[in-house]
Design a protein around this ligand. Sequence first.
Ligand SMILES: [Zn+2]
Length: 310
Amino acid sequence: MSVSERRFPRSLIEFQGRFATEGACAEYLFERRWPEGFVCPGCGGGRAWLLHTKAFTYECADCGRQTSVTAGTIMHASKLPLTIWFWAAFLMATHSNGISALQLQNQLALGSYRTAWMLCAKLRRAMVNPGREPLSGLVEADETIIPFRTKDDPAVLPAGRSAVGKMLVAGAVEIDGGRPRRARLKVIESFGKQQLQAFVLGAVAPHTQLVTDNWPSYQDLAGVRHNAITLGPMAAHVALPWIHRLFSNLKRWGLGVYHGLRKTNLQHYLDEFVFRFNRRRTRHAAFDTLLGIGTRTAPAPYHVLIRKAA
Ligand SMILES: [Zn+2]
């Protein structure tokens, strides 16, 4: 666990005390973005004045560009207080099952469901790090079918009625020392060779040791070492234990938090599930990433910062 991970608030009480004011939140943002002091995203200059007319905004002494502490983050130009953003990101990052828009509205006493929904949607879109590393080492891959409900379906269907549709999901889990590390999930159109191989090759690094069942679509994968297990009498959850556990957790989560996943934006919900799974031991990093300030750890932090600020 890193030093910043240890310093991160461990409880609601601690979090509340630390991020009680707009100033405290802005100070945190400043320190995370510019640990060595302000750097102008326009000219790279280090001298700036804090403006009195705009909240938490600095004007570069060299080029005159104005940069707010939220520029380039998902909070940029938001009318919501920073404290609300911080609370929402904390709840989403630390709640082991995540939080629905309705729960967030109630917990943060937000004026409307729409505001809560927008907040959730923005945070959810921050859940895929564009610079993430592919899975490597030993990786289990498989595919599954998940029922979804449409907007008009009741949350609980009457017995014997199957108005739900089916959606296909491909998944992969990296195994390290007998334990799962990171995962990937993707909505796919079919279990055909093209779809599944595109998923696998997009998710894993070259020379990965891939384990699948003997479904023909996984045959002849270029660039990976492949071990296809003929299941026969051996149950799939024995041969591929971690990907199967991931799939069953995903299905339970979809039912529990969202009363069944919906087809619209399904990939974003898969991303949310994977985000939480991959960061289950690094809440601090999850929090930073959600607020859009985790970009410093990306491979090209400066360019990412520039691009987002522009
Ligand atoms: Zn400048």
